[in-house]
Ligand binder design. Structure first.
Ligand SMILES: [Ca+2]
Length: 328
């Protein structure tokens, strides 16, 4: 190799190193930009989450205020119920939260209540109510009978693995393409209903406006003061001889500040044709303990949603459960 040729080779090597360095630099800066964007997203998400926690505090305050004002009555004219859907501006974002009453719906966990041994039905009032509700929902796109669906929810919750009437236990679920066991315990979320025989997505859409899950309790105590007119079906499902239009009339006749007593509610029900009221007396109230808060927070272009279940009792409001994200 002469001197000129070795200079040429050195130049090629230098050019190669420069090109390599340039590629590395581009790669590194692209990586850095991704990292910066990632941490900005994380920070924004964190900020939106803290805004949501702020909304939670506000909701707890509103519930406490309402309970201080009237510890014996929960109605839709109180502070907790009147703040829904308002969007509050916060630094670089917005905040909104809506509280709903978890006793203005059929608590699915109430089907887990141990049956009264003296009763002929061998189930419980919530099972009867769910059955009637499913029967009364118009155009329910069901593949199973309403009886089979209500019985299956009962079986899903009860501790044993003995199939009740046309219900379903693990022998049904274990034979599916993706086998699973039945819970044999309480629901944590209404979405679990999707696992129970007969509750396909179309049925779920029709049923979800009327049902809810109060975690850890089989209590069935429907607040006559917080049922919305479009939930009148719950009343007609729970009360013998009360038609849907009768139930709507009861809710329409409710004073703006709610009924002052369960008796006042029942006298309205009686006027609309409801019978056997003594047998359902324990299932209604004019006061609520359990609430659900749905919060939406935005920060710059990031969204954060959270669902909080709250328990208001004896002047205290405690958080029972939190769910982050999800469809609201
Ligand atoms: Ca069972």
């Amino acid at each position: 190799m002469n001197k000129r040729e070795s200079r040429g080779a050195a130049l090629v090597i230098v050019l190669f190193i420069v090109a390599l360095a340039a590629i590395l630099a581009v790669e590194m800066s692209a990586n850095l930009m991704v990292q910066v964007q990632k941490s900005t997203n994380l920070q924004g998400h964190q900020q939106a989450k803290w805004y949501a926690y702020g909304a939670e505090e506000l909701a707890i305050k509103a519930l406490k205020l309402s309970k201080d004002d009237d510890p014996d009555k929960t109605s839709l004219d109180q502070v907790w119920a009147t703040q829904g859907d308002t969007q509050y501006p916060v630094d670089n974002g917005t905040l909104s939260g809506k509280i709903t009453d978890l006793q203005a719906c059929l608590n699915l966990n109430a089907l887990g209540e141990a049956p009264d041994i003296n009763s002929a039905s061998k189930t419980n009032p919530a099972h009867k109510a769910l059955f009637a509700l499913l029967e009364n929902i118009e155009d329910l796109p069901a593949e199973e009978s309403e009886e089979a669906m209500a019985d299956s929810v009962f079986d899903w919750l009860d501790e044993n693995s003995i199939t009740y009437r046309s219900g379903a236990e693990e022998d049904e679920y274990l034979s599916r393409d993706y086998p699973y066991m039945s819970a044999n315990s309480l629901f944590a979320s209404p979405s679990e209903l999707r696992l129970v025989k007969g509750f396909n997505p179309l049925v779920m859409e029709k049923v979800l406006p009327y049902v809810c899950v109060i975690p850890g309790t089989t209590m069935l105590s429907v607040n006559a003061n917080t049922l919305l007119p479009e939930q009148a079906l719950i009343l007609s499902a729970m009360i013998d001889e009360l038609s849907l239009s009768g139930a709507e009339a009861v809710i329409a006749a409710r004073p703006e500040t709610g009924f002052d007593s369960v008796d006042e509610f029942f006298s309205e029900v009686q006027q609309q044709g409801g019978t056997n009221l003594d047998s359902v007396k324990e299932l209604f109230s004019i006061n609520s303990e359990y609430f659900k808060l749905q919060t939406q927070a935005t920060f710059v272009d990031l969204r954060f949603s959270m669902t909080t279940l709250l328990h208001a009792k004896n002047g205290e409001v405690t958080i029972l459960a939190r769910k982050f994200g999800g469809v609201q």
